[in-house]
Structure formats: structure tokens, C-alpha cells
Unconditional design. Structure first.
Lengths: 132, 198
């Protein structure tokens, strides 16, 4: 696997209990910094917005948004920074139940030639803001 | 107000399963198995069959005393946090002592998963609200009319049906608990939209 640091910083939403919470239908904004320790030939960088279920049942998942970021070659010890914006759908909402959990993630995938993809996942919470 | 209907598949599945177990049970006696295996297997299959048939007949037995409920809901497409009302009307065919009539608002999680070669389905009911009509004696021909107000909790989840493997659904359950008779139980699904009632 390529030796590369992926730093994902999310913006927007609200920070609650260490998790970034977004309103359904809102925009997830962020940026990522790629810092390779060696020269890497990266075919493409994808940022995905996905939900999946965890718990007792067989898993369901869906990628609701995906964007490709322009990154050609990555040179050792040279950081590349890219912004991204992804739009959340109205549902499903994040959920923690008895048998079922619905988990949302922003996933960064580095598609590298002749090597295993490098993946970084950042969990987010998607719930509407309820009256307190 | 829209009328609520219920799926009648539960009792039918129990009856079919029960008859299947009963039909298969004598096979054990006719097989070449040792009596130590064959007789208990026959008895076990026959008991399971009878229990399932009894469970399948329960609604029909209860229906001997009580007529089908007529239920209507103020809104079948609800939002999270929304209050809704259920009107309930039911007639008694015979004089009956009723312990209580219970309404429950239930959030049900249903999951399906593979275990070896079999597929397992499990459900978990979370009763989020109850409303009880006190029991009393009903005469034949008497009708009960009532009105129940329920509310999807503001912290609740919307209906979620991505596949048969993971389902989150909402139900209004009605349970008429009769003295010395099986309960008359019906449940009605309501759809909760991914929206907040503001």
C-alpha cells in the first residue's frame, strides 16, 4: 500500500459530542490534504458520501454522491489540498437502534496504479435539528 | 379519514405451518428410525403442529365474540413529531367481559440475515406510547366508540425500508383483552416521512 497521509477536514453542520452533524438535504463541505511519503501515481481521487447499516441484519449501503478530484501525480513530501462539496439527500437519517444502526460516512478513495486503494473514512451524523 | 387495513398473513402462515407439521409428523413413525428417535420426533412435530394451528385459529376464536374493528387515522403519511388521532369503533357479537382495550404505538426493527444455509428474521418492538381503555362488561350488540391521540416522538426515526434485510416501520397496535378468551390483536402500519413536524 502506498505510504500517504490523508487528512480530511469537514466544515458546515454543527459539532456535537465530537461528531459533525448535518441537516438532511444540506451541503457537506470540506477539504482534504494528501501528503505522500513517496512518489505516487494516483489515477484518481474520489470523495464519496455513503450510508450503510450496521447491526444484526445483512448490510445495506448506498453511495448517494461521488465526486472525482483532479490529482495527477503525487510527489514525495509535497502536500496537495483539494476542496469538495457534497449534497446530502433528505433520508435516511442517522439512527442507533436495537438491531439496526444507520451510519453516514465521507469516504476518500485514492485509486493508485498497481496497488491497493488507500481509503480514509470520516463518520458524520445526519439528523434534522430538533427543537430543544 | 382514511380507513386502516391490516395484513392477514400472520394467522394464515401459522395455520399452514401447523398443518404441514401435522401432516409430516406420521412420517417419523413409518420411517426406519429406532423408536427412541421416531416416537419423540412424532410427538414433537404433532405438538408443534397443534400449537401453530391453535395460534392460527386464535383470531377466529376471538372473532366469535367481537366484530372486526373499524379504525380510521387522521393522516396516514405522518411526519416525525406529528400528532395524529385514531378513531376506533368495534361491536360485540356476544356478551363479553373485557379486561382492557390497549392501543400501542410501536417502532419495529426487522432484520434478516443468513446463518449457515438458513435465513433468519428477527424483530424488535419498541413501544413508544400506550393508551388504555379500561375494561368492562359489553352486552351482545353493544358498540364501543373511542378516539385516541398518538404522537410520533420528536426524537423518532422515519420509516426506513432499504431492503428486506433492514426495516424500520411504525405500527398502531390494537389489543382487545377478553376474560377467558384469546386476545383480539390487530396492527396497522403507518408511514412516517423523513420530515419534522414543525
Amino acid at each position: 500500500m502506498a505510504d500517504i497521509d490523508i487528512e480530511v477536514t469537514l466544515r458546515g453542520g454543527e459539532l456535537e459530542g465530537g461528531s459533525r452533524c448535518y441537516e438532511p438535504g444540506s451541503m457537506v463541505q470540506g477539504w482534504l490534504r494528501l501528503t505522500p511519503r513517496e512518489d505516487v501515481k494516483c489515477d484518481r481521487v474520489l470523495v464519496r458520501l455513503e450510508w450503510h447499516t450496521e447491526g444484526r441484519g445483512d448490510g445495506d449501503r448506498d453511495c448517494v454522491a461521488e465526486i472525482g478530484l483532479a490529482v495527477a501525480g503525487l510527489t514525495a513530501d509535497t502536500s496537495v489540498i483539494r476542496d469538495f462539496n457534497l449534497t446530502l439527500p433528505k433520508d435516511p437519517w442517522s439512527y442507533a437502534g436495537h438491531y439496526i444502526n444507520v451510519i453516514w460516512e465521507v469516504i476518500v478513495v485514492l485509486d493508485i496504479s498497481f496497488a491497493r486503494d488507500v481509503i480514509r473514512k470520516e463518520q458524520i451524523v445526519v439528523v434534522p435539528q430538533r427543537a430543544s | 379519514m382514511p380507513r386502516l387495513s391490516f395484513p392477514p398473513s400472520g394467522p394464515l402462515a401459522s395455520l399452514l405451518g401447523g398443518f404441514l407439521f401435522l401432516l409430516v409428523s406420521p412420517v417419523w413413525l413409518g420411517s426406519d428410525n429406532h423408536p427412541i428417535i421416531a416416537v419423540p420426533s412424532f410427538v414433537a412435530f404433532a405438538i408443534i403442529g397443534l400449537v401453530l394451528i391453535g395460534k392460527g385459529l386464535q383470531p377466529a376464536v376471538a372473532r366469535m365474540r367481537v366484530g372486526a374493528p373499524d379504525m380510521a387515522i387522521s393522516n396516514t403519511m405522518l411526519r416525525v413529531g406529528e400528532e395524529f388521532s385514531v378513531t376506533y369503533r368495534q361491536a360485540w357479537k356476544r356478551a363479553t367481559d373485557v379486561n382492557r382495550i390497549l392501543f400501542r404505538l410501536v417502532l419495529r426493527e426487522s432484520v434478516r440475515y443468513s446463518r449457515g444455509t438458513e435465513t433468519v428474521t428477527e424483530t424488535h418492538d419498541n413501544v413508544v406510547q400506550r393508551f388504555e381503555i379500561p375494561g368492562r362488561h359489553f352486552e351482545a350488540g353493544e358498540t364501543v366508540n373511542d378516539h385516541v391521540v398518538l404522537r410520533i416522538p420528536e426524537t423518532g426515526m422515519h420509516t426506513f425500508l432499504p431492503s428486506g434485510d433492514n426495516r424500520i416501520q411504525w405500527f398502531v397496535q390494537l389489543s382487545v383483552e377478553m376474560a377467558k378468551w384469546p386476545d383480539y390483536v390487530r396492527e396497522y402500519e403507518v408511514t412516517v416521512l423523513p420530515e419534522l413536524a414543525r
